[in-house]
Design a protein around this ligand. Structure first.
Ligand SMILES: *Cc1c(COP(=O)(O)O)cnc(C)c1O
Length: 349
């Protein structure tokens, strides 16, 4: 006889991490191919000497620097353990048993997990034929039970962005008492001038919350630090749901140091963006129907061949992220890693 566990957890899918393995090229987790930015390791090492102390609960210095960087008041910032940690806090803040959370599918796998953990109901809205979010359908799926709408731009795992005009229309249609989260994990990689930038909409929409991270462009995936930008009552609710002292001093100081290295960060992201175009164009030339991508990965609609395709990559020493019977997401790595992937893809085309 075991203790009773909430039945809602029966439907919680496991988060599937991108595989890793010694000697294998890891293109399965959308990580930055570059190591932490200059100065970050030094700052983190100094912080490590104080590991017997609790971190600053309010992440005061980082919050000030982020507010300054984004030109918003400090009350708008809520820092957490990766943007997935912040997402969990957001869902807990607005959704519980009987509430509905509307999000696109296929999209980021944390959405169904965090929604179900909170006991809320999932409402999954299919992508359109070009693997893009269908914003009209998302708005149309909102009912009086909806408390949260999640929008992912660029969409993980398919790649396309949401356009500014479509997003404006969604905000106009969704009731003001429903929170809209714009997950901008890859915002630094976006080059399309028509793509949405959530900051442009924040002032006019008290029900909008932006989700950003240090895991991708800033290369701090292993430290678990991300943040929300939202109006003060929303940000305050998100902070209430945090695990106390979850964000370590090492993470806070590394994030500050990373934020100060904008030029180096942009240079690295530019290098990934150049490779992204090269990889996608080569795949299109091979005959793959790769959707447009503004993130640091490409999506191959491998369908029923997905498992077989991932296995072929594995035999070439490459780890990709397969989504069974649907497609493979492949992160943009360094040029030689990408070449290896392109050779493998050609053999499977
Ligand atoms: C990678 C990713 C995140 C960031 O996760 P962290 O918890 O910050 O590492 C958030 N949203 C999406 C869509 C992602 O792909």
């Amino acid at each position: 006889m075991y203790p009773r566990i909430r039945a809602a957890l029966d439907d919680v899918p496991a988060y599937v991490p991108g595989k890793s393995g010694i000697g294998l090229v890891k293109l399965s987790s959308n990580e930055n191919p570059f190591p932490p930015l200059p100065g970050v390791l030094e700052r983190a090492t100094v912080a490590a000497a104080n590991l017997h102390r609790y971190p600053d609960l309010a992440a005061t210095e980082l919050t000030c620097e982020l507010a300054d960087f984004l030109s918003v008041p400090t009350e708008f910032i809520a820092v957490g353990t990766g943007s997935v940690g912040v997402l969990q806090q957001i869902v807990q803040s607005v959704a519980s048993v009987g509430d509905e959370v509307v999000y696109p599918w296929r999209s980021f796998e944390a959405y169904p997990i965090t929604t179900r953990i909170a006991g809320a109901s999932v409402v999954e809205v299919p992508l359109d034929a070009d693997s893009q979010l269908d914003l009209a359908a998302l708005a149309g799926a909102v009912t009086d039970r909806t408390t949260l709408v999640l929008v992912c731009s660029p969409n993980n795992p398919t790649g396309p962005t949401v356009r500014r005009d479509e997003f404006a229309e969604l905000l106009a249609r969704v009731p003001e008492d429903v929170l809209v989260v714009l997950d901008e994990a890859y915002v630094e990689f976006v080059r399309d001038p028509d793509a949405v930038d959530g900051l442009d909409f924040l002032a006019a929409h008290p029900n909008l919350c932006l989700l950003r991270t240090f895991s991708k462009a800033y290369g701090l995936a292993g430290l678990r630090i991300g943040f929300a930008v939202a109006h003060p009552p929303v940000a305050a609710a998100i902070r209430k749901c945090a695990v106390p002292f979850g964000v370590s001093t090492i993470a806070q100081l590394a994030a500050i140091e990373s934020l100060r290295s904008q030029d180096a960060m942009r240079e690295r992201v530019d290098a990934v963006v150049v490779e992204r175009a090269r990889v996608r164009n080569a795949l299109l030339a091979q005959g793959w129907a790769v959707p447009e991508t503004e993130a640091n990965f490409v999506w191959l609609p491998t369908g029923a061949r997905t498992t077989e395709f991932a296995a072929a990559c594995r035999r070439s020493g490459l780890l990709v992220r397969p989504f069974e019977d649907d497609g493979c997401r492949v992160s943009i790595g360094g040029p030689a890693e990408n070449d290896l992937f392109l050779r493998t893809a050609l053999a499977q085309a």
